[in-house]
Write a protein that binds this ligand. Structure first.
Ligand code: 1PR
Length: 585
């Protein structure tokens, strides 16, 4: 499927538009062969036209996903943005940022059909300042096996391949890794020994043919290329705009670039993928109509007083910003009444997202109400439109709850992937790494696995009547309705349908502070090869180390203990380090 069309041209507003002539080195038209020669060294100089505003960055956004995070980070660093509207804008750029998003094939279709592929090749061959991010790195290579093989820009030798999940590797690779820096470059100085954020299923492999380009590698199953650097051409597989202070400092160096300076960095080994600690904000309107962060006990968010008000634990943007400063690896917003309110009618929620994305430079996930919808005037909105609005407003990932349960039930009944479910549509356009499925199961004790047609576990603590087994029944509408499907069956089905990650709640444990449901988390995280986020029940730092030691969870999420300031995020991280669990500190 094609991505949405390129964005409408943005007015340049007050940005400087004057052009000047700059002299730049040139090594036009050649891919370096096998030397350590930098592009431009010893080459002739040519004059090219470029804008005169040293504080303006030209951004290539072809409209296939969330570029808002990159925009926010660039603005946060004090730069203005000029959008590319034509191939000529690429050639006139002073510094070009290309945050490729979406799938490789769709991106190349857009670049080829708009003439931007040729302009990009020429810009790069002129050794003009360039930063590719994520897919913006991959597109520089010869080709990709994603939707293909599909030819890329052909600047760097090599084929982009999928991580191999056949031996149990969790794919997508989502999370924080430290890099092994292999080239003397000032630009990665800030990354030395620090974790940066990755989210991708495909990767570029180092080879003799592309060795001269590589500035750092990373390990995830295989060694893969995490950044390239050649003259003024930089590209990173990670997301500097979502890598906290470390990422912002790298981005700043690249944008204010004097990339020719060199420094010999310490060579550290690439780290293992760090376990993530996620802060979750359940958001809804209170009875006065104000959007507040709330928190339930087993999903009941009303005070146990005569007023029965919705519990108010703070303002969404303030809390999200604080958690970013405190070291959260991700922040999730769950619009918990989204199942009954139409999210695009919930403009305050979109505004919350916009404001949070200007202050939070780690990944933001938003969920609630993602489904097809017909409004009171009979206008139909597809789930893809709802998700797109969330992405445009600053979400890096969206999370689907109820609608994923219905899609999984239908898939398990028929065995047919219709391609029409919200899950399938959104992951096809935005990539499965951008789609989380949030599961809200409730424990149901049974005496024997034969009692139910669902996967059971032998429970660590017996049920009220001495039952030794349990299955975990999925619910929809915030736990209000139970469905005939288990968490295990749901997790496997949504993985097939295109989910990139599972947010695994547990209604029994929610808000209880007694620890995660280890039986549940183990069952689900052993069953799938996509990352599982353990959620519900954290009450102490030890609960985090327990879930990482006893299960295959990639991340642990908590809400109440952070909102009530009972346990700071830093204390969780310090405890995990002491327990030998790799985390981003
Ligand atoms: O069904 O697609 O509209 O999505 C609705 C989303 O809202 C789902 O992700 C669902 O989990 C969430 N949701 C709905 N009702 C509630 C509620 O609490 N009444 N919140 C709700 C789910 C669970 C976690 C919570 C953890 C950690 N909240 O997000 O933050 O349990 O809490 P703790 O650390 O305090 O134990 P759709």
């Amino acid at each position: 499927m094609q991505p949405p069309p390129p964005p409408l041209p943005q007015p340049l507003g007050a940005m400087a538009t004057g052009a000047a002539t700059l002299t730049v080195p040139c090594s036009v038209g050649r891919r370096p062969k096998r030397s350590s020669q930098r592009r431009g060294s010893g080459s002739a100089s040519v004059s090219v036209r470029a804008s005169s505003d040293a504080n303006t960055v030209t951004l290539l956004d072809y409209g296939a996903g969330n570029v808002r995070s990159v925009r926010n980070a660039i603005r946060h660093l004090g730069f203005g943005i000029r959008d590319v509207r034509s191939p000529e804008d690429i050639l006139a750029a002073d510094r070009l940022v290309f945050p490729g998003v979406g799938a490789f094939g769709s991106a190349m279709d857009v670049l080829n059909s708009t003439g931007m592929a040729d302009a990009l090749r020429e810009y790069i061959q002129r050794d003009r300042p360039f930063l590719g991010i994520c897919l913006g790195l991959q597109l520089l290579f010869d080709s990709s096996e994603e939707n293909g093989p599909v030819s890329g820009l052909g600047v760097i030798p090599g084929v982009i391949r999928r991580f191999d999940s056949s031996k149990g590797l969790i794919v997508p690779h989502i999370g924080w890794n430290a890099l092994e820096i292999t080239k003397d470059t000032q630009l990665l100085q800030g990354a030395d020994g620090h974790h940066v954020y990755f989210v991708h299923s495909y990767h570029a492999l180092p080879s003799d043919a592309n060795r001269d380009w590589i500035s750092s590698i990373c390990n995830y199953g295989d060694s893969f290329i995490s950044s390239i650097s050649m003259g003024n051409i930089q590209a990173v597989q990670f997301h500097p705009e979502k890598s906290g202070d470390t990422g912002l400092s790298i981005l700043k160096k690249i944008l204010s670039a004097n990339p020719s300076g060199t420094k010999v960095p310490a060579r550290r080994k690439a780290s293992k993928l760090a376990k993530r600690v996620i802060a979750c904000l359940d958001v809804r309107s209170n009875d006065n109509g104000d959007l507040v962060v709330t928190k339930g006990d087993q999903y009941d968010v009303r005070e146990h007083t005569s007023s029965k008000e919705v519990r108010n634990l703070g303002k969404p943007v303030d809390l999200a910003s604080q958690y970013y400063i405190d070291g959260a690896d991700e922040v999730s917003f769950l619009n918990i009444t989204g199942f009954r309110d139409f999210p695009l009618g919930d403009l305050p929620m979109l505004e919350v997202l916009r404001c949070a994305s200007e202050k939070v430079f780690v990944p933001l996930t938003v969920g609630g109400g993602i489904r097809d919808f017909t409004d009171a005037n009979g206008r139909y909105y597809s789930s893809l439109e709802v998700a797109s609005e969330y992405f445009r407003s600053g979400a890096d990932k969206i999370s689907i709850g109820s609608d994923a349960v219905y899609a999984a039930e239908a898939f398990l009944q028929t065995g047919v992937k219709t391609g029409k479910s919200s899950l399938e549509q959104i992951s096809r356009v935005y990539g499965n790494q951008a789609v989380v499925v949030s599961i809200d199961p409730r424990r149901v004790y049974v005496n024997s696995p034969e009692d139910v047609p669902f996967k059971t576990v032998k429970v660590s603590s017996k049920g009220p009547s001495g039952e030794e087994y349990a299955w975990y029944q999925c619910t929809v509408s915030g736990g209000r309705d139970s469905r005939p499907i288990g968490a295990y069956e749901l997790a496997k089905a949504v993985e097939e349908l295109g989910a990139g990650e599972i947010l695994l709640n547990c209604i029994d444990c929610d808000g209880q502070g007694c620890g995660f449901d280890i039986d549940l988390v183990k069952m689900v995280s052993d069953a799938v090869t996509i990352p599982v986020i353990a959620s519900s029940g954290a009450g102490a730092v030890e609960h985090f180390s327990e879930v990482f030691e006893k299960t295959n969870a990639s991340a642990a999420l908590a809400a109440g203990i952070f909102h009530r300031k009972e346990v700071p995020i830093l204390a969780v991280k310090e405890h995990l380090v002491d327990a030998g669990v790799e985390v981003r500190v």
